[in-house]
Design a binder for this molecule. Structure first.
Ligand code: ADP
Length: 474
């Protein structure tokens, strides 16, 4: 409703202003033209008066007797449909084409001013206009000198503007008729247009309601206007993204269930085989119980990794950032991992190019680097090496973890940061991997606004490079 009023106002107000303006402009123009026309007769009147010596005649009788000038003034007055009054230098009206005031005195201030100073004036009253103009005559030339001009009288030209007002009224009537028709057209179009737009809005709202009712696979297809098509496309893109998220959430849940079930299934098999046999020797019992304990450890590790990943998935607010010595952080990690590496005679080399201090969450970052270094040991060959290096520039610090291990096939490299992804499931299981380590590492690096990359060649080795800003910014 408000929209309808706005559209109508936008159409009608200019129309009203236009009509009013046109009528005003027409009236003013016509009045100015008429005034110009009347004034143009003043020089003819002056000439007539001067050439006939009209102002020098002594009595009214003489004047009336001077028919040529008198009748010429009558003709002029009738041409512009008005009245001509001639006042002589003694303020006496010597000619009135209406024959009403002849012989009377005329001493209005405008006439006096005009006679003395020669100033012109225009008076306007209720549609009647009076133009007061001086009549200039030339003195007799003496001794061939240039004759002087003087004001010998005053002419008053009066006319009525009523005819203009009448034709303006006629024109106004016509214009208002046209305007009313135009207004009706504008209003009709506004209503039709609005109803059409409202219809499209309703269609769009219905499509959105369907989505919110749960039919998220349906597409919003409202293509009636370009803007609505663009909005439909935006909604469809958003729904696609939500559907993808939903799909990956479902995949994740099914992966988690599967991963959690595997150790339980193993434990069940081990326990069943013990209970189904009679008089099992103590060593077999011990062996099976050790296997069950290993499966429990595995289950525990999966749950621990899952929990830390869920924590990483939260926003950057979950970081507790403090100034940390990165050299020390890596040294402590390596001290813990070296004994494990030693069991397979793997050498761990640490190269630090400079002392580095950075604003990081030390606990989370330690976990991220420890995943990388542990992987470098896990997926290495016996007697191999792992090289950890630390460098920095004025903005970032860089940690590189290189190994002489089995490497990662080219086509698997883009997946290794996915949750539960393992290149070789059997090997990862053997080494106690959950497939969550690199996903956690990447989350930590991204929370620190950093970047992680992998370069690897099968059977030659793998290098992970991590870049983290020295100063943390949200
Ligand atoms: P996992 O718990 O299985 O180690 P990760 O997420 O840490 O899970 O790693 C995912 C997979 O990437 C591993 O299963 C392994 O196949 C591969 N991978 C990770 N690091 C290395 C490495 N340094 N050398 C070779 N393969 C690696």
């Amino acid at each position: 409703m408000v929209l309808l009023l706005v559209i109508m106002a936008a159409g009608l107000v200019p129309l009203l202003i236009l009509t009013k303006g046109a009528i005003w402009f027409y009236t003013e123009n016509e009045k100015a033209d008429l005034q110009k026309e009347v004034r143009s007769y003043s020089s003819i009147i002056s000439n007539t008066i001067n050439s006939t010596g009209f102002l020098n005649l002594q009595s009214v009788e003489d004047i009336q007797g001077n028919n040529s000038a008198s009748s010429e003034l009558d003709t002029i007055a009738s041409v512009f449909g008005g009245r001509v009054i001639i006042v002589d230098g003694n303020f006496v009206i010597i000619k009135d084409t209406y024959n009403k005031e002849t012989g009377n005195l005329c001493i209005s201030s405008e006439v006096t001013k005009c006679l003395i100073e020669g100033s012109e004036s225009i008076l306007s009253n209720e549609g009647y206009v009076q133009i007061i103009l001086p009549i200039r005559s030339k003195e007799e030339s003496k001794n061939g000198a240039e004759p002087k001009t003087y004001i010998s009288g005053v002419m008053i030209l009066s006319y009525s503007e009523k005819t203009i007002d009448i034709s303006a009224q006629r024109m106004a009537r016509k214009m208002w008729t046209i305007s009313t028709i135009l207004m009706a057209v504008v209003v009709t179009f506004a209503i039709i247009g609005l109803m059409r737009i409202m219809g499209v809005f309703r269609k769009f709202r219905k499509a959105l309601e369907r989505l919110s009712e749960g039919y998220i696979d349906e597409k919003v297809e409202v293509n009636d206007f370009r803007e609505f098509s663009a909005m439909s496309e935006a909604v469809n893109n958003m729904m696609n993204r939500l559907n993808q998220l939903e799909k990956s959430r479902q995949e994740f849940v099914s992966n988690v269930s599967h991963e959690l079930k595997t150790p339980i299934t193993s434990m069940k098999v081990l326990a069943d085989s013990l209970t189904s046999q009679e008089s099992v020797p103590a060593e077999v019992y011990r062996e099976f119980m050790t296997d069950i304990a290993n499966e429990i450890d595995r289950e525990n590790k999966i749950i621990t990794d899952l929990l830390s990943m869920v924590r990483m998935d939260k926003s950057a607010d979950s970081l507790s950032v403090s100034k940390t010595n990165i050299n020390e952080l890596l040294e402590i990690l390596l001290k813990r991992i070296r004994p494990i590496a030693k069991e397979r005679n793997i050498e761990i080399i640490f190269e630090s190019f400079r002392p580095v201090e950075a604003e990081v969450d030390d606990v989370k970052l330690a976990q991220a680097f420890s995943n990388l270094i542990e992987n470098a040991v896990k997926y290495n060959q016996d007697d191999g090496w792992v090289r950890v290096s630390l460098n920095a520039d004025h903005k970032f610090f860089y940690v590189k973890v290189a190994d002489s291990g089995v490497g990662i096939p080219q086509d698997c490299q883009e997946h290794i940061f996915d949750r539960f992804y393992r290149v070789d499931k059997a090997r990862s299981r053997e080494t106690g991997g959950t497939g969550l380590g690199l996903a956690i590492t990447r989350s930590v690096v991204l929370l620190h606004k950093g970047a992680i990359k992998v370069y690897s060649k099968e059977k030659e080795g793998t290098t992970f490079t991590v870049r983290i800003p020295l100063n943390y910014s949200k």
